[in-house]
Design a protein around this ligand. Structure first.
Ligand code: MGD
Ligand code: MGD
Ligand code: SF4
Ligand code: MO
Length: 749
């Protein structure tokens, strides 16, 4: 949306920020091809002017001279800039013969976090994966939220149906292992999360935070408790036990559709609140009080995030949080844990029951690790590249991922990547990972592309929808087109094949389902007529328009005049708000039984692994946790001066008592050692940390040869993933264990 101002080439654009899950509206002022200013869009229906420092740095990202703008091919140690046709020809000529020779499973797909933020791009990953024809698919999901996918799949039959804390209506937010004041929220799209926390307190509610560090979020919570890293499951099971023992089970409306309550009661029968107190460091009285408060609050929600999922029992911890939500009558209830209800779905037509959810449909070659959500664990990628034999990974397609900084035991992975025969990367930068590539395909930067948030409208705490047009004309192909061409090359259609084939195929897939569904507003309509209508739009807009128009507010291609369409969103550049979340059960339950499965067998079985772990101890005396900072974004955005300037934020946090015991001085240099590696870093003493715990941010360590990130390279900071052990995973989900890692710390002379 461009509105002319007094000065003819000055204009204002409204765009959703794609950098994190909060989806803030930005107001972007441009003059010619320059960005003059970026600030929060006060009229955005969802974010209402909220913005963090990263939002305005889209200007610097756009201008960054190190950001790649044209494809590059590596020739020896040199990079050669080439045309798009040459780049795809190179992939065709070098990768396909290799795969013909060694087989499709010798190709790995590695997919990173920014894919989820890339609107329509997410749709285009499917044809690429399909064309690749490999079972070796890896992504950032197994160093993040895979336990939540798994428990959601098992409990509600839909791996993408995350119970979201209904922040704006809850009376009691019980939060574990999340730091939304820094992260701006995750698996809970809620711009201005901090403001929403303040609002809970202002309306007389309470916010309790459980975290081994007194974080930025702890500062604004009503109450904060330290917890020993990795021990939240003890706390949650003790709360469940208290709820049963004190007859506090009251499932409300949802009780009718819940299976397995007695099994859960049996599972916690042996739980001791006193033992949980010892394991967690939270005393028994407090545990009892918290259980009583959660049960008594008019509405309450248990919300756990990274600190609950990237731990050794991530699946059980994810499950236990939702068990409490169900037992206290807070699932699918206003102010509790609710499912998203985005504009693109049709709630009224949902009926309970489905195919259910299963994992382990295939296994990995070396580690025999089972598939979850069609993926193998990120922590198991190195062994598949290193180990010779049939099906050894020899080539890699890496899309928007920096595994050499983001995956466990990154040094091992770095060495493994160096031995690959061929690698393609789709990325904005020449960084620690893409320096191993043979061909790099750079997508457009956010200001040059349109945006529609399929992923995060589907995790939002309100029903909102928003389409952003590109601010500047595209200087190259959209990421959707890059992925379409990649799919065609991988599928054997050649580098010259028309990407329109893929655009058509994607629309066809959705359209055919709609035309056949009697619930669809376009049921039985003439396909050619709808296709002709969609073809008036640019390729990436077609799927958005189709989904919106067949969604529950949609215009149904004429069936519901005045209804939602992409055209209507273009006329509403601040987005449209359709109110708070709505109840989705039982219709949204896609388990085989059509019920909530409170005690799925996989979960029950994993309790044995947890029981067995109680006696195990490890030699190293400190537990390492991670942290995020509002001016950073995982492993990138570190080449943006406005974000990294000022005092370094990458030091190891350590409690003064732990430092004194090791003769470590504030600001000194220390060596941190784990089972798999060691790093040197500056130390910063703080009593905001539980004694016995140390804390480092991830994504740093940019002083590497062969990259092209001048600013990032000047930043101090160690690479946390050199210390993260890839041998330990949350077994059912395959998730990496990034928090609660045993380490020792010693001063460096
Ligand atoms: N120890 C430890 N490790 C962690 C974490 C932790 O807390 N501790 N967090 C984990 C989590 S939750 C996640 S999600 C992962 C994230 O890890 P990754 O999946 O690696 O994601 P990012 O570091 O955000 O970015 C990856 C790459 O995407 C590129 N990129 C940015 N925008 C685009 C785009 O629009 N298109 C394309 N093609 N590329 C783009 C960037 O240049 C960068 O190289 O890290 C995980 N690793
Ligand atoms: N500024 C910024 N924003 C981001 C990102 C970023 O890198 N920078 N990354 C984005 C991504 S990919 C994601 S997934 C989200 C993550 O969003 P969050 O989950 O909110 O992220 P974290 O800041 O990692 O918060 C995890 C918290 O868990 C605590 N913790 C560690 N171990 C334990 C434990 O055993 N128990 C408990 N109870 N707590 C523990 C840590 O101290 C930390 O405060 O953030 C997103 N937003
Ligand atoms: S919180 Fe910051 S990074 Fe996240 S969407 Fe808003 S402006 Fe962008
Ligand atoms: Mo993430």
């Amino acid at each position: 949306m461009t509105s002319p101002a007094e000065n003819s080439d000055v204009s204002t654009h409204f765009r959703t920020c794609p950098l994190c899950e909060a989806t803030c509206g930005l107001e972007i002022t441009t003059k010619g091809d320059q960005v003059v200013r970026i600030r929060g869009d006060r009229d955005d229906v969802f974010s209402k002017g909220f913005i963090c420092p990263k939002g305005s740095s889209l200007k610097q990202l756009h201008e960054d001279p190190d950001r790649l703008r044209v494809p590059m091919i590596r020739r020896g140690d040199d990079w050669v800039e080439v045309s798009w046709d040459e780049a795809f020809a190179e992939i065709h000529e070098r990768l396909l013969p290799l795969l013909d020779d060694v087989g499709r499973d010798s190709l790995a797909m590695v997919l990173g976090n920014p894919n989820t933020h890339n609107g329509v791009g997410t749709y285009y990953l499917r044809p690429v994966i399909h064309a690749a024809g490999t079972k070796n698919v890896y992504s950032a999901s197994t160093v993040d939220q895979m336990p939540k996918h798994l428990t959601s799949g098992l409990m509600w039959g839909n791996a993408n149906a995350f119970p979201l804390p209904d922040l704006d209506r809850t009376d009691y937010l019980f939060m574990l292992g999340a730091n939304p004041v820094a992260s701006n929220g995750s698996l809970c799209t809620a711009p201005d999360f901090p403001g929403r926390i303040e609002a809970i307190k202002e309306r007389g509610g309470k916010v309790v935070l459980i975290d081994p560090r007194r974080t930025e979020t702890a500062e604004i919570a009503s109450e904060h408790h330290f917890i020993r890293p990795g021990s939240d499951l003890h706390l949650l099971l003790a709360i469940i036990k208290e709820i049963f023992d004190n007859d506090l089970v009251d499932m409300g409306r949802v009780g009718e559709f819940v299976n397995g309550v007695d099994t859960v009661r049996d599972l916690v029968a042996g739980v001791s609140v006193d033992e949980a107190a010892v394991a967690t460091g939270i005393d028994s009285d407090t545990i009892g009080r918290l259980a009583a408060e959660i049960a008594a609050a008019p509405t309450a929600v248990v919300y756990g995030r990274m600190g609950n999922h990237t731990v050794e029992f991530g699946t059980l911890t994810s499950w236990a949080a939702d068990v409490i939500n169900v037992l206290t009558g807070n699932l699918d209830s206003a102010g509790g844990a609710m499912f998203a209800s985005p504009a693109t779905i049709r709630i009224a037509d949902e009926t309970p029951g489905g195919r259910g959810y299963s994992t382990g449909r295939w296994s990995s070659r070396v580690g025999g690790r089972h598939e979850v959500n069609g993926e193998f664990p990120a922590a198991g990628l190195a062994e598949e590249i290193e180990t010779p034999g049939d099906g050894q990974i020899r080539a890699l397609v890496n899309i928007a991922c920096n595994p050499i900084r983001s995956f466990p035991n990154s040094e091992r992975l770095d060495a493994a990547f160096a031995g690959l025969d061929f690698m393609v990367a789709v990325d904005l930068y020449l960084n620690e990972t893409t320096r191993h590539a043979d061909v790099i395909l750079p997508p457009l930067n956010p200001l040059e592309r349109p945006h529609y948030d399929f992923a995060f409208e589907g995790n939002a705490v309100r029903v909102v929808t928003n389409f952003s047009e590109a601010v500047f004309p595209a200087s190259g192909p959209d990421e959707a087109e890059i992925l379409a061409r990649l799919a065609l090359v991988l599928g054997g259609f050649g580098p010259e094949a028309d990407p329109e084939l893929v655009h058509d195929q994607l629309v066809d897939g959705v359209l055919d389902r709609e035309l056949k569904s009697e619930h669809s507003p376009i049921f039985g309509r003439d396909k050619d007529e709808i296709v002709a209508e969609l073809k008036k739009l640019p390729p990436v807009e077609r799927i958005i328009d189709l989904r919106l128009r067949t969604g529950r507010f949609g215009d149904g291609f004429g069936a519901n005049p005045g209804g939602l369409s992409i055209g209507q969103l273009k006329e509403n550049p601040h987005g449209m708000d359709f109110g708070p979340l709505v109840e989705r059960l039982p219709g949204a339950l896609k388990t085989k039984s059509g019920m909530v499965e409170l005690a799925p067998q996989l979960i029950v079985d994993d309790m044995a692994r947890f029981e067995a772990s109680r006696s195990s101890s490890n030699g190293r005396e400190l537990l390492l946790i991670g942290r995020r900072h509002v001016r950073s974004n995982n492993s990138w955005m570190h080449n943006i001066t406005t974000l990294v300037k000022g005092r370094s934020r990458t030091a190891l946090f350590m409690h003064p008592d732990d430092a004194a015991a090791r003769e470590i001085a504030d600001g000194g240099l220390v060596e941190v050692a784990s089972a798999v590696g060691k790093v040197e870093t500056a130390v910063q003493l703080t009593d905001d940390l539980m004694p016995g715990v140390v804390c480092l941010p991830h994504g740093w360590g940019h002083q590497v040869e062969g990259t092209r990130m001048q600013i990032a390279r000047e930043q101090v900071g160690a690479n946390l993933n050199e210390l993260i052990d890839d041998a330990i995973i949350d077994v059912p989900s395959g998730n990496g264990v990034l928090n609660g890692v045993p380490v020792s710390v010693a001063p460096v002379a």
